[in-house]
Write a new protein. Structure first.
Length: 364
């Protein structure tokens, strides 16, 4: 076997081994790259539905407080990101705006807020430094937000079918998003369903509130009695939310919110005065956009975690097999001439059965 042939076989074998090693290590080595949050997020999600709202102007008018019912409501959340203090972090800013129709049909704000957090790009957890900042309403002065639990903006990549820690941004409290074992497909993507509830939370404890959490008005104003005896009620908040997540990427594809904000003497007061209640969910356009992004991300992750390792593994096995085949054939060729040299050649005279040649008789 020539030196050039030996070098070629060695190179093929090494390439095969490298491909097998890549197939084994790629899911681990490339994991962070595959699931890292991008630094250029620019999304706008919208929720729409109907609800009841306290007419705030009625607090200052004569007569009892008025509640506007069955209003079409819309919440728009714009989310952008930029590189964080280090390459492993990003800063996410989320601004939300809730609107209702005004007397002339134009959109009138009923709520707003801005939040700024720094997130680890790999595990998607909010880091403690710099601390999260919150503005409620969006024009208010920013103030520190509580320590976060769970991931932010998305669920973990490879979302488990199990309860996961979550954070309710309305009350700024940690909750448990409980896994709901049902099946739903959104635009061809299988989803995992989660559900959480925050019931009767005293909003005096939350920095997210942008209105008084204790309000004293005459009983007649509250609609509780006919007299003008002062009555102080507390602001409470309940949130029931369902979330559907694409599990490979951890992307939220759809959600349904059932908020209820109310003034009452206690969390379960039957005479509670509604401030805000309703049911809203992502608009079809938002769901379609989120599904498209999640589908692209899922395909990229599957390429890195499944398709590339399989292709590399098969190619590695084939290259090693080819190297072995070339080596065996090369050895056989090298051994061929030596074997033939040992076999007698030339004419054998006679046909004696004992193997001896018969004499040649001339002139017969």
């Amino acid at each position: 076997m020539t030196l050039a042939r030996r070098i070629l076989i060695s190179a093929i074998a090494v390439a095969g081994i490298v491909l097998l090693a890549f197939a084994a290590l790629a899911p681990t080595v490339l994991r962070d790259f595959a699931v890292r949050m991008p630094t250029d997020i620019d999304k706008q999600n919208s929720l729409a539905g109907t609800g009841d709202l306290l007419d705030r102007t009625s607090i200052y008018d004569s007569g009892p407080i008025r509640i506007d019912t069955a209003l079409p409501l819309r919440i728009t959340a714009g989310t952008v990101s930029e590189p964080g203090p280090s390459g492993d972090e990003i800063v996410i800013r989320n601004k939300s705006l809730g609107t209702k129709p005004g007397p002339d049909g134009s959109a009138v704000e009923f709520s707003s807020g801005t939040e700024s957090v720094t997130v680890d790009r790999a595990d998607r957890v909010v880091v403690s430094t710099p601390e999260p900042m919150l503005q409620s309403p969006a024009t208010a002065q920013a103030k520190p937000a509580p320590t976060r639990v769970g991931t932010y903006f998305t669920f973990p990549a490879n979302t488990p079918r199990a309860d996961v820690p979550y954070f309710d941004t309305a009350t700024q409290t940690p909750v448990t998003a409980r896994y709901v074992p049902d099946e739903r497909t959104i635009d061809g993507l299988e989803t995992v369903h989660f559900h959480f509830e925050v019931i009767g939370h005293d909003m005096a404890e939350s920095p997210a509130v942008g209105q008084p959490t204790r309000l004293t008005l005459p009983a007649s104003k509250w609609g509780l009695a006919d007299d003008d005896e002062p009555v102080t009620l507390k602001l409470y908040y309940t949130m029931v939310q369902d979330i559907w997540v694409e599990p490979v990427t951890g992307s939220v594809l759809d959600t349904v919110l059932r908020p209820r904000s109310y003034f009452a003497g206690s969390p379960d007061d039957p005479q509670a005065v509604v401030v805000y209640t309703g049911e809203l969910r992502f608009t079809p356009e938002t769901v379609a956009s989120l599904a498209q992004t999640a589908g692209d991300g899922r395909d990229m992750i599957r390429l890195i975690f499944v398709q590339l390792p399989i292709a590399a593994g098969i190619s590695g096995v084939l290259l090693i097999a080819l190297a072995v085949l070339l080596a065996v054939r090369g050895r056989r060729r090298a051994a061929g001439p030596a074997s033939r040299a040992e076999v007698p050649v030339g004419p054998v005279l006679g046909d004696g059965r004992d193997g001896r040649a018969e004499p040649v008789v001339s002139g017969a």
